[in-house]
Design a protein. Structure first.
Length: 81
């Protein structure tokens, strides 16, 4: 992630951000970037983490459902744990 000093941003962007607004950067009519508050960034990162966790849980469930899987209890028993 790139960090910029607030002093390098145009005043209009700083004003929007200080009001808690999200700023979208447009090039040729297309959204190419967004500036969000630090608070929104924390929420966004948390959402990404939760989505990745859901994907991991689903992959683990699929692996456990595969034929020939060995139950964890049996592995612990075999290892003397």
């Amino acid at each position: 992630m790139t960090a910029l000093s607030a002093s390098t941003l145009p005043p209009a962007i700083l004003e929007s951000l200080s009001r808690g607004e999200r700023v979208v950067v447009v090039r040729d009519g297309e959204h190419v970037a967004a500036l969000i508050s630090a608070e929104d960034l924390v929420l966004f990162e948390r959402l990404i983490e939760e989505a990745e966790d859901r994907i991991d849980v689903e992959a683990a469930r699929e692996a456990l459902a595969e034929p020939g899987s060995t139950p964890w209890e049996k592995i612990k028993e075999e290892l003397g744990l």
